[in-house]
Design a protein. Structure first.
Length: 204
């Protein structure tokens, strides 16, 4: 009798990276019913999404009727930090002097920064370090932009189409920088301290 091994490819539910054989993962439930695998790099992000870790209590362990806690100084700083993270990457005076292609780049960065992809990339950067980034408008396709974020061992590409209801989607991902077209390796952007993709445009 012939025995064949059945291999099932698994991927992280957050960053969508294909998991290596034997790689340790943690199971989370986004909806309280179904469980998904999350790689070690993305566990903090899963908690930020509000996903429950397998084995965690699903009901409150303390009374929900107790008085609300007063805001602490640290919570105010966190709120301010979150507001900065969601702020546009360029203000109106800068936008007015930019060319049309430059404004498309800024708009694409702002749309990307409003998605969960930003938190995914920021979480990966905590482990792999600061990535390289590029924002490239596509010639011949009105308004479409490709955002590439790359480390030495991993890269992600996102397609931004502003007129769509969900304007940002994951287009491709890979592991070697040599897989990328040189067109997308003009590193004209960076990740700031809040994990936002920011184009390298002159501020004055």
């Amino acid at each position: 009798m012939r025995i064949t091994r059945l291999s099932v490819a698994r991927s992280c539910a957050v960053c969508e990276r294909t998991l290596l054989i034997g790689e340790r993962t943690t199971r989370f439930t986004p909806d309280g019913e179904n469980f998904v695998d999350v790689c070690p790099l993305c566990q903090d992000i899963a908690f930020e999404y509000g996903w429950l870790k397998e084995g965690s209590p699903t009901t409150p362990t303390v009374s929900t009727d107790r008085p609300r806690r007063r805001l602490s100084l640290s919570s105010l700083f966190e709120a301010r930090k979150a507001a900065v993270a969601e702020a546009p990457v360029a203000d109106e005076p800068i936008l007015r002097r930019l060319s049309e292609p430059e404004r498309e780049v800024v708009e694409a960065a702002d749309l990307f920064n409003q998605t969960d992809f930003r938190r995914t990339v920021a979480g990966i950067a905590k482990s792999l370090g600061e990535p390289r980034a590029s924002i490239r408008p596509l010639s011949g396709v009105s308004g479409e932009v490709v955002i590439t974020i790359a480390w030495e061992i991993s890269w992600y590409q996102y397609r931004v189409t502003p007129e769509l209801a969900q304007p940002v989607r994951l287009e491709e991902r890979g592991h070697e920088l040599t897989e990328l077209d040189p067109l997308y390796k003009d590193w004209n952007a960076h990740l700031d301290e809040h994990g936002r993709v920011v184009p390298n445009i002159a501020r004055v």
